[in-house]
Ligand binder design. Structure first.
Ligand SMILES: Cc1cc2nc3c(=O)[nH]c(=O)nc-3n(C[C@H](O)[C@H](O)[C@H](O)COP(=O)(O)O)c2cc1C
Length: 203
């Protein structure tokens, strides 16, 4: 499977959560290109109420990691369930927690609660961050970079907000780990489209 490709559907089909990342530094130009692609996303009224906080500093990553570990404790130390794909996913997720500070780049996609301007509605924060985040991971994949969406910031919301100096009117939407992949990109495993498509009505 090719490591970098401009075939957009192939990019989507092989954009797996890449929890195994090499420690190698990601060139700054690549990071900027990935974030620029994220800003091409659709967003409410073109308000562009997003910020992309790129964290590479080792000490900052260590501090964020310690907050995650303090909250998770032994929650990830569970026995295998026997469901192979779930166990693999959990092992990867655990690895990401343990190696939080080793992840070369963390990108926090932040949404500002500012749309519509006369009566900001928090729902628009999420419709701002998710299309941009998806653009970001697809652009990264097309350049041969692996990413994983995470929800670690949910676990230590206040500590993350303080560490990243997030103002009161903004929310961390996604926390994306990024780096060169240690494993090969592979096909995502999804239900057949025939199971989920409905013509004209739901039933
Ligand atoms: C909003 C969001 C949050 C996620 N949070 C995590 C996470 O905290 N840890 C993790 O390992 N994967 C996380 N994932 C990745 C999903 O688990 C993954 O996409 C799913 O299992 C399907 O696997 P695939 O994308 O490799 O096909 C998250 C995905 C999304 C969209």
């Amino acid at each position: 499977m090719s490591e970098s490709t401009n075939d957009i559907v192939e990019v989507m089909r092989t954009c797996i959560a890449m929890r195994h990342l090499k420690p190698d530094e990601v060139p700054e130009e690549m990071i900027i290109d990935v974030v620029r692609a994220a800003t091409y996303a659709s967003n409410p009224g073109n308000s562009q109420n997003w910020r992309f906080i790129v964290v590479r500093d080792r000490a900052r990553k260590e501090r964020l990691a310690s907050h995650v570990r303090a909250t998770l404790g032994t929650r990830f130390a569970g026995e295998p369930t026997g469901d192979e794909s779930r166990d693999k996913m959990m092992a990867g997720a655990r690895r990401l927690v343990e190696g939080f500070a080793e992840v070369p780049v963390w990108i926090f996609v932040v949404g500002i609660n500012g749309y519509p301007p006369q009566a900001p509605n928090e729902a628009f924060v999420w419709s701002t961050v998710y299309p941009a985040s998806q653009n970001l991971v697809l652009a990264a994949r097309s350049m041969g970079l692996g990413t994983t969406f995470t929800t670690f910031h949910f676990l230590a919301q206040e500590a993350f907000r303080a560490e990243l100096e997030i103002p009161d009117n903004a929310h961390i939407g996604t926390a994306i780990a990024m780096g060169f992949p240690e494993k090969k990109f592979a096909s995502v495993n999804r239900r057949p489209v025939g199971d989920v498509i409905r013509w004209e009505t739901y039933s």
